[in-house]
Design a protein around this ligand. Sequence first.
Ligand code: PLP
Length: 391
Amino acid sequence: MISPRGRHFFANPGPTNIPDSVLLATAHASVDFNDPAFFAVYEAGRAGLQRVLRQDSGELFLYTASGHGAWDATLVNLFSPGDRLLMIASGYFSDSWAAMAARLGLTVETVAADWRRGADIAAVEKALRADAKGTIRAVCAVHNETSTGLVLPLPAIRAAIDAARHPALFLVDTISSLGSFDFRMSEWGIDAVVGGSQKGLMLPAGLSFTAVSERGMAAHREAGLARGYFDWTAMLSRPHKSFMGTVPVTFFYGLREALRLLEEEGLENVFARHHRLAGGVRAAVRAWAGNHGPELYGITPERLSDSVTTILMPEGFDAEAVRAIARERFNVSLGGGLGALGGKVFRIGHLGDLNEAMVMGTLAAVDMSLTRAGVPHGGGALDAAMASFAE
Ligand SMILES: *Cc1c(COP(=O)(O)O)cnc(C)c1O
């Protein structure tokens, strides 16, 4: 039975907690989206997003859509039927993006990877070298694979494309890394970045965007896939240089406040906080793993994500049972396993508006839920997390 009192602890890796001040800012009365007063808020929001993206040049297109919409928009605006894409496999989200590209009539090749280890970047370079004619149009990577909790090293991928002297565009999904750990669009030579509102940016779901480099815009001008709602050229002719139809104005009052919070804390400090919180969660999971308990899904330590931890259940135990107890008995919402990982893993989101005490509450609820579900696990997880946080 859910206790009706106290805060619902929300430990999903997206959507994430919305800070009270962002919630209040989002509760804004309707305004005309062409009103100069709104336009100023809108332009400031775009500029702020470009600072968080570290985008120095190119365009930024915004959509009333979740992240999937931004995936779609990015593909239809950059490519022509049959174009070849090289998707670096990382998990459920890279598979889903690849499947969408195939549905749009693109030819998707994959750099295969063990989801628990993460892709070998040398294999990316090898695949590009094998394409001597340079017909692969883009390398696609999910920066932070939210299903597995593993990160891809984007500068190393850029270096692999350069080492192969390959002309492919570099496309990155930063939906669950932006505003949580280091991301630098221009410095890392990324041509199209897909982002969304409801993860590190601490906003409700429904606003997503693509930041595009000058090279990306040149590719757009040649692209031949059919486009309707998401046509960048059509968007550029509108005053907001984004959106078809009504601009979702309330998002931009929320975005102004979310950007204010991120920049008041300082992005470097935001990243350091995410790193600390992730360290505590990982310390707890390593303790649970004793006694044949749940363990870290990722087995490449330097690739473990600072925004989400995926936890693999011991053989024969159902992650959904643990999640149900956490939700029903302790009013704590954990992330579930996606796709093929359903029932095998659960996920703790540690991104966005979060601090050590909130993470300790979540870890305590997980510990109690494991006990109630009869899942074997090592002791001392909370002590391990506290020791990590007290450092
Ligand atoms: C959440 C997420 C998506 C999908 O975004 P929606 O807003 O749910 O459509 C895509 N990629 C990654 C890495 C994500 O974490």
